[in-house]
Ligand binder design. Structure first.
Ligand SMILES: C[S@@+](CC[C@H](N)C(=O)[O-])C[C@H]1O[C@@H](n2cnc3c(N)ncnc32)[C@H](O)[C@@H]1O
Length: 77
């Protein structure tokens, strides 16, 4: 029987992903902070600072995602 191994890593995705090789993920699903909407629930990032916060993480997503991989970003409307 085929076994599926699950590993949960807790931390800032920017730091955690640096320990993974390029092109090593088939799927990334993320629901990043909604800038400062719902800040009381999730903490917030000011909209003016959001792009600078998100881009280094997006670079890690792109680096570790296989060219054939799928990226899903959940947002808040
Ligand atoms: C908008 S919430 C997720 C909402 C969730 N999808 C839901 O439906 O309730 C954002 C989440 O990202 C986490 N988070 C914030 N910065 C992070 C980071 N740098 N790396 C990993 N997770 C982070 C927060 O702790 C929070 O749980």
């Amino acid at each position: 029987m085929r076994q599926i191994k699950t590993e949960l890593l807790h931390g800032d995705c920017f730091e955690v992903l640096q320990s993974f090789a390029d092109d090593s993920f088939d799927l990334i699903i993320t629901s990043p902070p909604y800038a400062d909407s719902r800040a009381k629930t999730y903490g917030g990032i000011h909209p003016d600072a959001y792009v600078d916060w998100f881009l280094p993480r997006a670079e890690q997503f792109m680096r570790v995602l296989k060219p054939s991989g799928t990226f899903i970003l959940r947002t808040y409307l």
